[in-house]
Design a protein around this ligand. Sequence first.
Ligand SMILES: O=c1ccn([C@@H]2O[C@H](COP(=O)(O)O)[C@@H](O)[C@H]2O)c(=O)[nH]1
Length: 590
Amino acid sequence: AQPRAAEPIPAPMRDLVWGKLNFLHTTDTHGWHAGHLQESQYSADWGDYVSFAEHMRKKADDNGVDLLLVDTGDRVEGNGLYDASSPKGKYYYDIYREQDVDIICTGNHELYIASTADREHEYTVPNFKGKYIASNLDYILPGTGERVPMAQRYRKFKTKNQGLEVVAFGFLFDFTGNANNTVVQPVRETIREKWFQRAIRETADVFVVIGHVGVQMQEFKDVFAAIRRQNWHTPVLFFGGHVHVRDATAYDSRSFAMASGRYFETIGWMSVDGVLKRSEEEEGGGGERGLAFHRRYIDNNLFGLYHHSGLNSTTFHTEHGRNVTSSIARARKELDLDYTFGCAPKNYWMTRSPYPGPDSIYTLLEEEVIPDVAVNPERKDIPRLVIANTGAIRFDIFKGAFTRDSTYITSPFLSVLRYIPDVPYFAAKKVIKLLNNAGKIMADAHMDNEFMAIPEKLAIKESIIYDTPVSPFSGEGAQKPMGQNGHKEPYLVEGYTTRDDIGDDGDDAVHSRINFYVVPNCIQSELSFPEEGEPETVDLVFFDFIHPWVLMALKFSGAVYTDKDVSLYVEGTFTELMAGWIKENWPAKC
Ligand SMILES: O=c1ccn([C@@H]2O[C@H](COP(=O)(O)O)[C@@H](O)[C@H]2O)c(=O)[nH]1
């Protein structure tokens, strides 16, 4: 773990169940390869994961079973370790490649910005040559403009110990927000391609489909249906992501799918046991194969990693792992990620407390930050509506030092504020309602409102509020070790208490529960409004990411505008503006 990372806290643990074929899975790590310095549950770093994987591979070898590592994309954007350098990812690519990942694919965040896609093609694809799979993604070569597969379309290989024939695919959901140097083919079209139809007819003991796709999304169901049509008996395993939740399901009795959360909080574990070899199945007359699937969501902290590897603080860390931990610490230092802009007076939550409310990060933005930063000196007295999409904010703010790292953790995007001047108020005031409540109307116009919100909303549609919401030991000085202060009962640290289609025993550590309040797609600040009555016209200011949605909503409201009517409202990215606001408004020292 990193030098200043929170110490892990013991928790009651559920063990891993091994099978003949086992997997470790990461997804949506978003640059959090230094781990969560402020959260004891997730404070291990990429170096610790390198050590862990080495021990688990050895265990697999000793027992004659197989272990494969999978990563399903969105490795970038969301943490200073990636975002704070120029160019972005200056340190990240070399750190990430130290893990020996067997099957890897692309997420949407590798593709929003052309230069990010270029670097993915230049570094990560060759770093994982033969292991990187791009079943439905092409790249446009910068020199020639030639369109080529981002990486090989699929991978066929034999596992080391069991000799299982694996055919693996790597998909991205039907993403349309990519820069113009990549082409994402809709999954339903890819599965009709000749190469795919040939690949699913290859001899395989097991199909492994990895994807930057939620396990409940249609794209995976379509891939499953196509494979199953050709392969009635073969196990099909899915590793998904994108939705930022822990989730697992089974599409039938010989398939299994899991998603392993977000931000390197979770290392997913999947195992499959039973008769896996086709030859053995054929010998047995194709009958009962006794297939057994298990999943476990491992909290990424050293206490858990020691527990699952059967090691301790003196025996766990390999030289390789330690070196990776040191490289991360050096990069963090060079990037000055601990530089403090100000001291957050309390916690501000995205979904753990209701919006609007005093503890909501969105209320903080709407009522305090945006009114101060969304100011164009030449138009400051003109009434304006400022609309921000909630998906632009990516993480909570914890009480204490708000650092350079925190700026990217909270707001990693290069979002700027744009505006349309003098919009008739009767139309402008309807925009927020259309963005938040008219999902069907907007979707019919091919503008899916969900893409403005936090990804978790794709999976969680209703607030989850528990009777006894949080641990009685939470609040100031929360997360005390088990048995501390003479208590016999273990103190449970707040954390994931996942309920998926398989059950509620997936998390490796037993936690106390956390509420999840659904937030709207967008929030709005009303600024410089007359004290009485309504303005005739307003400046409509908005984050540039939601530009297309705003134009569509205005059209539905009876005011037609085009891209030409939109211009920059204020200099600087929202991230810079927010950091400046914190410097001005929060105490310098904690
Ligand atoms: O420039 C951007 C890019 C993305 N967003 C928000 O992020 C989600 C996508 O998050 P995933 O991690 O890919 O699931 C997108 O729907 C937007 O809400 C943004 O605000 N600005």
